[in-house]
Design a binder for this molecule. Structure first.
Ligand code: GDP
Ligand code: MG
Length: 190
């Protein structure tokens, strides 16, 4: 079943190791521990992505098979500190991927619903706008918030991002259909 959903199709350190079939790609990104792997697994309904990974710059870009497209799991980005340079936040391989990859049409930015958008997240927004890539924000761990807090955080995050923000729980599955809907809006099957 080499075409089965969630199969790891490639694990790349450079463009040479990426798929060459030209299938559409949607990149999942976010800072470490935001819930990226959990979201990918929850969306797939299979445990494809590892929920704990080694930190550092040499992490690979993982491509998971979907029906005629790929979920691309980018290494979690670190803290910008004083830097505003994409290369220092994402690492060279990811910067190259985000800047030049042709099949890339969509992005899902995962962030903890309890945090505000910081410089790294704003950089992702600027990147998506500059490349005309559809970007949605999945604000994870909503199960940690009560109803009033959920409303409050959603309002604040929409204000910060100025684009759709979906509150999700990778534990309960709440909100995941909105992320699926956004992906379907790109003409992709999920
Ligand atoms: N309560 C709760 N915990 C979550 C959720 N998503 C992820 N986590 C937890 O947050 C931690 C980091 O998740 P992981 O998916 O590995 O984050 P990644 O580093 O962004 O890939 C793990 O302990 C997860 O179980 C969520 O929606 N709700
Ligand atoms: Mg992870």
């Amino acid at each position: 079943m080499s075409q089965s959903k969630g199969r790891l199709a490639a694990s790349a350190l450079s463009s040479l190791e990426m798929p060459r079939d030209g299938l559409t790609e949607v990149a999942f990104m976010g800072r470490s521990n935001a819930g990226k792997s959990s979201l990918i697994n929850a969306l797939l309904g299979v445990k494809a992505a590892h929920t704990s990974s080694t930190p550092g710059r040499t992490q690979r870009i993982h491509f998971y098979t979907m029906p005629s497209w790929y979920i691309v799991d980018l290494p979690g980005f670190g803290y910008a500190r004083a830097s505003h340079k994409a290369r220092e936040i994402f690492g060279q391989a990811v910067e190259d991927y985000l800047a030049h990859r042709q099949p890339l049409v969509g992005g899902v930015l995962i962030q903890d619903a309890r945090r505000d958008a910081e410089e790294e997240e704003q950089m992702v927004v600027r990147w998506a706008d500059s490349r005309n890539i559809l970007l949605v924000v999945a604000a994870s761990k909503m199960d940690r918030l009560n109803r009033a807090q959920q409303r409050d955080r959603h309002e604040k995050l929409v204000e910060q991002y100025q684009r759709p923000v979906f509150l999700v729980s990778n534990r309960t599955g709440e909100g995941l259909d909105q992320v699926r809907g956004a992906i379907r809006g790109l003409g992709l099957t999920i």
